[in-house]
Design a protein around this ligand. Sequence first.
Ligand code: FES
Length: 125
Amino acid sequence: MYSEKVMDHFRNPRNIGEIPDADGVGTVGNPVCGDLMTMYIKVEDATLKDVKFKTFGCGAAVATSSMITELAKGKTIEEALKITRSDVADSLGGLPPIKMHCSNLAADALHAAINDYLKKREAEK
Ligand code: FES
């Protein structure tokens, strides 16, 4: 049912954990299943230097968050905001249709963390 890549990221999630002094934090819940995900970002020169996540979600949610941290690291804020849930699913070699909603969490949480960072920066001006 799952691709090799999904299983790999599920079994060995990359970048799991918190960034205590994160520049932006975003938490989203999945209305379909009630699962939760938090993304933490560290920004330097408008680039995502570090991205970590914590999730209370299913295997697909773990795999998609792990994948998105890899896609987002090293990208500029602008590029990272353009990462979509389908980019994540494609990079994982596809997700079963019934699990597509799980990839929303990863993309939405990343975008929420970036927006949190942008808001804080705006407030400091
Ligand atoms: Fe909840 Fe996948 S079933 S995120």
